[in-house]
Design a protein around this ligand. Structure first.
Ligand code: GLU
Length: 554
C-alpha cells in the first residue's frame, strides 16, 4: 500500500465505500436535451429572505422552461447558524407562494426525489468517501494546527509580505507531515481538519463564463482550503462540489457573494474529477435606504420586508409578489404581461441570460402598484375568499364581521369590479377592513368633513331634500337624474362645464351635491360607485345616516 492509501485508511477507517458506489447510486439524469437542473440551497436560518424567494424562482423557472429539474437542498452544516426547525419556515414560505420544486426537502424530516438525502447533515458518509479518495490521490491532507497557531499565522501574514492571507505555501505547516508524524498526532488524539492540497501557484488565471455576467477572470486558487472540519462535517465549498456533482446539477445559480469562491470551487471540482457545472451568479436584492438615500442590501434587522413572512402578514397576495419579482428578474416580463394579461406566470419564457447583473431594487411602492393591478382583475369571489382566509389568521375580529354574510361582503368587493376598467384601490388584504368599514355598523364611525366651499345651510338643505328624493327602486340613470334635479332649486348647477365658466353664478355643481351625500353616507370623500354603495346599504341605513349627518350640523 502506498503512503497515501495508508493515510486515507488511517484517517477514514470507517469508510468502506468508494466514489464509484455513489456514481452508480446517483447516475446521470435522463433528461431531454437542453434540460437544466438547478437547485436552491439555503441554510436553515429560521426564515425565508425575499432574496431567497427571488433566487428560488430563478431555479424553478429555469427548470420549468427547459423541462428540467429544480430541487431544494438544505445546507445545515454550519451548526452555529442553524436554528430549531429553520426548515419549516423555508418550506412554508415556498408553500405560501406556491413555489414548487421537483425534488428535495418538503418539510421537517421529509423529502422527495431519487438524488437525496437532500439535507447535508445526512450526507456525511458521501463527503467522507470523497474526502478519503482525495487523500488516496494525494490531493488532501490532515492539518493539526490549533486555532492559536492559525491566529499566529494570520498575524505573521498581516505583518509580513504575504499577498493574500490563508493556509498556503510556506505557511501551510502540515502540508508535508510524514505518515509517521500524522500517525503519532492521531494516536495522541490531536484534532484535525482535512485540507485540499492546492495545486495553484498563483501564476495562472481562472477564466469562466458566468451565464448572467459573461466571462470572468480571476487569479487561480492557491489556498489549502478546509474540506472537512474536525467533526468530519464538510465546509460549504466541499459539500457544494460533492452535492452538485452527485445531484447532477447543471446550473449552479446562487448569489453574487459566491463569485469570489469560484476559483476554489473549480479547483475542487477538478480534484474530484467532476465535470464543471455552469455558474450563474444572481444580483442581490437591494433597497434605497430611507435615511441616506443610498442603495443597500435588504437587511433582516432593518427591513421587515426582508423576510417573506412580512408579505403574508400584510396580506399581499402571492400572485402580486411573484408578479413583482418577475419584473425584477427579466426586463422583458412587463412586455410579456401586457401581451398576455391573463396568462399564468409559469408560462413566461424566463431566460437566465436576460437577468441584469447589477443589484435589483426591491421597491415596496412598486410592489403596491403591481399588487393593485393584480387584485383589480380578481373576481369578487376570489377577493372575498382571500380576505376571509387572511383575516381569519391576522384579524379574527374583522373575519367575524366580514364573513357573517358572505353574499353581502362579496357584493361589496364586487363594486366596480369584474368590468373592463376595474378600480385599483386595494394593494393588500390588510387594507380591506378600512376600505369597506362603512358598510358594517360594527366598524363604521361617522366622521363628517363636509366640503369647505359649501355652506352649512346648503349641506343641510341637500341632506333634507335627498332624504325625501332617493328611492332604492331607481335605476342608475334615474338615481343620477334625481341628484341633478336637486341642483337648480338649491342654487347649484347640474352642469360642471357651466360652473367652470361662471363659478360666481352658482353655489356649486352637481359633483358637490353628490360629495355631500357621499360623505353623509360613508364619511368619505372618495368611494367606489355611490349608486352601488346605496343599493347595498339599504333604505334604513341610508335614512338613518342622512338623518345623523343632518343632526350633526346643528
Ligand atoms: N447555503 C448557501 C447559502 O445559504 C448556498 C449557496 C449556494 O447556493 O451554493 O448562501
Amino acid at each position: 500500500m502506498d503512503n497515501n492509501k495508508k493515510l486515507a485508511q488511517l484517517l477514514f477507517p470507517h469508510i468502506d465505500k468508494t466514489p464509484d458506489y455513489y456514481e452508480e447510486l446517483y447516475p446521470e439524469r435522463n433528461l431531454p436535451e437542453g434540460a437544466r437542473v438547478a437547485r436552491f440551497a439555503p441554510s436553515p436560518t429560521g426564515y425565508l429572505h425575499i432574496g431567497g424567494l427571488f433566487s428560488a424562482l430563478v431555479d424553478v423557472l429555469t427548470a420549468q422552461t427547459t423541462n428540467g429539474v429544480s430541487f431544494l437542498r438544505i445546507e445545515d452544516t454550519d451548526k452555529k447558524r442553524e436554528i430549531d426547525d429553520g426548515v419549516s419556515a423555508i418550506v412554508n414560505g415556498f408553500k405560501y407562494f406556491g413555489v414548487e420544486f421537483t425534488e428535495g426537502v418538503t418539510g421537517f424530516g421529509t423529502e422527495k426525489g431519487a438524488y437525496g438525502p437532500y439535507t447535508q447533515s445526512k450526507r456525511a458518509e458521501i463527503y467522507q468517501t470523497i474526502a478519503k479518495s482525495l487523500v488516496e490521490k494525494g490531493l488532501a491532507y490532515p492539518c493539526f494546527c490549533t486555532a492559536d497557531e492559525l491566529a499566529e499565522l494570520r498575524k505573521e501574514q498581516e505583518q509580513g509580505d504575504a499577498l493574500i492571507w490563508g493556509y498556503f505555501g510556506k505557511w501551510a505547516k502540515c502540508r508535508d507531515l510524514t505518515y509517521e508524524q500524522i500517525e503519532k498526532n492521531i494516536a495522541e488524539g490531536k484534532p484535525w481538519v482535512l485540507r485540499l492540497r492546492s495545486g495553484g501557484t498563483g501564476e495562472k488565471k481562472i477564466i469562466f463564463e458566468d451565464v448572467i455576467r459573461g466571462k470572468i477572470e480571476m487569479p487561480e486558487n492557491i489556498i489549502d482550503e478546509v474540506l472537512l472540519k474536525s467533526d468530519g462535517i464538510p465546509t460549504y465549498h466541499f459539500a457544494h462540489a460533492c452535492d452538485d456533482h452527485f445531484m447532477r446539477t447543471t446550473h449552479v445559480i446562487r448569489g453574487e457573494e459566491w463569485i469570489s469562491s469560484v476559483p476554489k470551487h473549480i479547483e475542487l471540482f477538478r480534484a474530484c474529477g467532476y465535470k464543471l457545472p455552469k455558474f450563474a451568479h444572481t444580483p442581490q436584492v437591494m433597497k434605497i435606504d430611507e435615511e441616506t438615500g443610498d442603495k443597500r442590501k435588504l437587511s433582516k434587522r432593518k427591513d421587515p420586508e426582508a423576510a417573506v413572512s412580512y408579505f403574508f402578514e400584510e396580506g399581499f397576495p402571492k400572485e402580486s409578489v411573484l408578479e413583482y419579482l418577475l419584473t425584477l428578474l427579466n426586463s422583458n416580463f412587463e412586455d410579456w404581461r401586457r401581451a398576455n394579461p391573463k396568462e399564468d406566470i409559469s408560462k413566461f419564457p424566463f431566460n437566465l441570460k436576460k437577468m441584469s447583473s447589477s443589484g435589483c431594487l426591491f421597491d415596496l411602492v412598486k410592489l403596491n402598484d403591481v399588487s393593485k393591478n393584480v387584485i383589480s382583475v380578481m373576481s369578487a369571489k376570489q377577493v372575498y375568499d382571500n380576505v376571509a382566509e387572511w383575516s381569519k389568521v391576522y384579524d379574527p375580529e374583522f373575519y367575524e364581521i366580514f364573513t357573517a354574510d358572505p353574499e353581502f361582503s362579496t357584493a361589496i368587493v364586487n363594486i366596480d369590479r369584474e368590468n373592463p376598467k376595474p378600480r385599483k384601490d386595494i394593494a393588500k388584504w390588510s387594507e380591506v377592513k378600512d376600505y369597506v368599514s362603512y358598510f358594517y355598523d360594527a366598524l363604521y364611525q361617522a366622521d363628517y368633513a363636509m366640503p369647505e366651499n359649501i355652506a352649512k345651510e346648503d349641506v343641510a338643505a341637500i341632506l333634507a331634500k335627498y332624504a325625501e328624493a332617493f328611492s332604492l327602486a331607481d335605476d342608475k340613470d334615474q338615481w343620477f337624474a334625481k341628484i341633478k334635479d336637486m341642483c337648480e332649486p338649491l342654487g347649484f348647477t347640474p352642469n360642471v362645464k357651466e360652473y367652470k365658466k361662471n363659478p360666481e353664478a352658482f353655489k356649486g355643481h352637481v359633483g358637490d351635491i353628490s360629495t355631500v351625500i357621499r360623505i353623509a353616507l360613508t364619511s368619505r370623500k372618495n368611494t367606489p360607485d355611490l349608486y352601488s354603495i346605496m343599493q347595498l346599504l339599504g333604505e334604513d341605513k341610508i335614512k338613518a345616516r342622512l338623518n345623523k349627518a343632518f343632526e350633526s350640523l346643528k
